[in-house]
Design a protein around this ligand. Structure first.
Ligand code: ADP
Ligand code: ZN
Ligand code: ZN
Length: 750
């Protein structure tokens, strides 16, 4: 008789009290098949309701009397079985970011929603020579731009994946069908996903890698091959050849039989970038993105698991691709906020990658033109190896930057949102038929108060972040809860021009259109990009010079290449400096640096106008000269003095409640628990006074959403483990309050 086995199962049920494993007997016929990570059906509770669960451990002994145990009923095969690595990762996420084990498992394990057929389509060009030229000319004449795009793309690459054409070139299916019916192109469907682009390395290598690029690739890969997988940060301006380095590293790994995850923010997953990966890895590369259905995404994961692909590219969630021979995780634009989940568990992809790197011997490569304070700090501390790429390989000089002092404009009597300088440069561009981008920093529009005469921003006397205007004319600090009345005149200069600053993209669009009635103006913001594919369409329109002026929020500054843009205007650059949040200067620097990088990407030199009330602020000055190091050196001083991350760590605990009073008192209770935990820790370590402290609770930045009140408590400590202990203590307290109607959320280093 074979040895009987027992499975610890996490039941899929959202109730927090059940967030622990239950033990089941593994029936003999399943003994050989059931693996850790499998999804199973089990009878549960008194009624033996059949529920889904995940096997997290298999044991040779029972933890309870055998007659108390029930048996596993079935292994569900509609789910990619998560291997032990994924279970371990889910556990780590649960511990480090809070939430339940089920929530963590759902984050890392793809769920299959519906059956999908694994077919793929490709588009082939069937015309050539004069015939093709004639068709292209005709489309051009008739302004059939979508058709033109398809044909031109196929001209460069005669076979393309259908999805790439549809999603990234944003060409609608009817247009493709019509081209096909005319006999210009051919769409073929294959049952298996085969990427049609043939790899021909010799042909595509039109340049040698630079010495700096080669050095990074060989350092990373030599270390990896020698059994020393490392953690690296590549600090390199846009166009300095980072992507080429990622491809080189991935290529090496793939040749060694290893697999690679490449994270790229969704917004930067452009046609050009994807094509570069397709060209190198052919049908061994795959892409996931958020517009894919659950089924489609599941398919990609299945292919990964079956070893059909070597490289996966995608946003945050691609990190959880179940590769069995993972060699490297590459994270481009590692500073991007989109790498943090906004749902529980609020994990950070960079932290998870670091954990995977350490626990599974995987190399981690972070890259950015403006690294996050955390990553650069770690690099300087020696936790990551730092590489710098500081040459733009595409040529093109850095743009000329003008900083305009808006206080000066007001003094001159100019009350419009356009400074004289910006007006003058815009007129020039319009006359020369060149393109303009206008960028409005939308972060922080939620009511900070500043003086338009002297630029003074009203800040919390305790936290050094700006106060936020609330209804009823009170100013509130969202860290500590400090409030004060809204002043009638500026406390600095006594001017009456003190108010909350609010101006939106729509209003700017209208003004610009009035200023230049015959120019074509388009706008890209949250409103105009709600529909799937609309963002691609706007970008395409602008790229094809079917619009002269593009107005937008931070969306327009990310990674897009518009060679005809010779002027970038930032209307109120310092707006994000006034967000009541310790990352304000960092985010401002990142946005401005990226935005400035949009100008002069083509042959014509570019100019940038930064309009600001704080022209002397280091984040603005250093962004205007694209000097990351200068920014970092100033910012780290502020973080050090104020004990903010990356020096210290911070845990935000949010309580969401229907009754304001109940939420507030629960948050207050949490504060006491946190204090007690911090004290206990200090006592254990023999430190005389507590080595950390709590701030608040206070109403959250957005204090009420959908009639639910939100209170936030901040806890600061040098030691992340203490904050995790604080979280555990609060979490278990919350779990025991069975009748509680309040919800609790955790966010580390928010
Ligand atoms: P980044 O990812 O840092 O923005 P890329 O890798 O996209 O930089 O490179 C920018 C441009 O320079 C691309 O068009 C790329 O083809 C080109 N490029 C990259 N490496 C080299 C090189 N060694 N020599 C010449 N051109 C290069
Ligand atoms: Zn003032
Ligand atoms: Zn405060």
């Amino acid at each position: 008789m074979t040895q009987r086995l027992y499975a610890d199962i996490i039941i899929e049920i959202s109730h927090e009290q059940l967030d622990r494993p239950f033990q089941y007997i593994i029936p003999d016929e399943m003994a050989e098949v059931l693996k850790v990570g499998d999804c199973v059906l089990v009878p549960f509770g008194r009624g033996n309701k059949i529920l889904k669960g995940y096997c997290i451990e298999i044991k040779t002994y029972a933890d309870y009397p055998e007659d108390k145990l029930k048996s596993v009923m079935e292994i569900c095969n509609d789910q990619v079985s998560a291997d032990g690595n994924m279970i371990a990762l889910a556990w780590w996420i649960r511990v480090h970011f809070g939430g339940t084990m089920i929530q963590a498992l759902k984050t890392v394990i793809p769920v299959k929603k519906k059956m999908t057929v694994r077919t793929s389509k490709r588009v082939d060009l069937t015309l050539e020579g004069d015939e093709l030229n004639a068709v292209i000319e005709e489309c051009d004449r008739k302004h059939q731009t979508a058709r033109l795009r398809v044909l031109k793309a196929l001209l460069a690459e005669p076979t393309l994946p259908y999805n790439l054409v549809r999603d990234k070139l944003s060409v609608a299916a009817p247009t493709i069908r019509s081209l096909e019916s005319k006999g210009y192109i051919k769409v073929t469907e294959t049952e298996y996903y085969r990427n049609p682009i043939v790899t021909d390395e010799e042909e595509h290598k039109t340049y040698e890698l630079s010495e700096a690029q080669q050095h990074i690739i060989s350092t990373v890969t030599d270390n990896h091959d020698a059994g020393r997988p490392g953690k690296y940060l590549i600090h390199g301006i846009t166009g300095s050849g980072k992507t080429e380095v990622y491809i080189g590293i991935a290529d090496h790994m793939v040749r060694r039989g290893l697999q690679v995850i490449v994270l790229i923010p969704e917004i930067a997953l452009t046609y050009q970038t994807l094509l570069r990966f397709y060209k190198r890895f052919g049908d061994r590369v795959s892409v996931v993105n958020s517009s894919m259905s659950q089924g489609e995404r599941y398919d990609q994961f299945l292919r990964a698991k079956n070893g059909e692909i070597d490289v996966i590219i995608g946003p945050r969630s691609a990190l959880f691709t179940p590769f069995t021979r993972l060699g490297a995780i590459i994270i481009d634009e590692e500073h991007e906020p989109s790498y943090r989940s906004e749902n529980t568990p609020r994990y950070s992809a960079v932290s998870c990658a670091e954990y995977i790197s350490e626990s599974r011997g995987v190399s981690m490569i972070l890259g950015s033109a403006t690294p996050s304070m955390e990553s650069y700090y770690k690099a300087l501390q020696g936790e990551y190896e730092l590489f710098t790429l500081d040459e733009r390989l595409t040529g093109g000089a850095l743009p000329d930057v003008h900083i305009v002092d808006l206080r000066e404009e007001l003094r001159k009597g100019n009350r419009s949102i356009f400074s004289d300088k910006l007006r003058e440069l815009m007129d020039e561009r319009i006359a020369r038929n060149e393109q303009i981008m206008l960028f409005i920093n939308r972060r922080g529009v939620a009511g900070f108060v500043s003086c338009r005469s002297c630029g003074h921003v009203i800040k919390c006397p305790h936290c050094d972040v700006s106060l936020t205007e609330h209804r009823g004319g009170r100013l509130v600090c969202h860290y500590c809860g400090h409030t004060e009345p809204m002043p009638k005149t500026c406390p600095e200069c006594s001017s009456a021009y003190i108010a909350g600053f609010r101006v939106g993209t729509e209003e700017i669009e209208a003004q610009v259109q009035r200023m230049y009635p015959s120019s074509r103006v388009i706008r890209m913001d949250a409103d105009t990009t709600k529909e799937k594919g609309s963002m691609e369409t706007i970008l395409r329109t602008f790229r094809d010079h079917e619009a002269d002026i593009l107005i937008g929020t931070q969306m327009i500054v990310k990674g897009h290449d518009f060679p005809l843009v010779t002027l970038v205007g930032m209307l109120a650059a310092d707006m994000s400096l006034s967000v009541g949040d310790y990352r304000a200067a960092e985010r401002t620097f990142q946005l401005l640096t990226q935005a400035a990088g949009r100008a002069g990407r083509g042959v014509k030199p570019g100019e940038v106008v930064i309009q600001t009330y704080q022209p002397e602020h280091y984040s603005i000055v250093s962004a205007s000269s694209q000097d990351y190091k200068a920014f970092y050196d100033e910012e780290i001083i502020f973080r050090t003095l104020a004990s903010y991350p990356p020096l210290w760590h911070m845990l935000a605990v949010m309580v969401v409640s229907e009754k304001e009073q109940a939420g507030e008192s629960l948050a207050e209770k949490y504060r006491q628990l946190a204090d007690a935990q911090i004290q206990q820790d200090s006592a254990q370590k023999g430190e005389p006074s507590p080595q950390g402290y709590t701030i608040g609770p206070a109403p959250a930045y957005i204090s009420k959403i959908k009639d639910k009140f939100r209170h936030v408590l901040y806890i600061k400590h040098e030691d992340m483990d203490v904050l995790i202990a604080v979280k555990d203590r609060i979490e278990s307290f919350a779990r025991e309050r069975t009748d509680s109607r309040e919800l609790t959320f955790f966010d580390f280093d928010p």
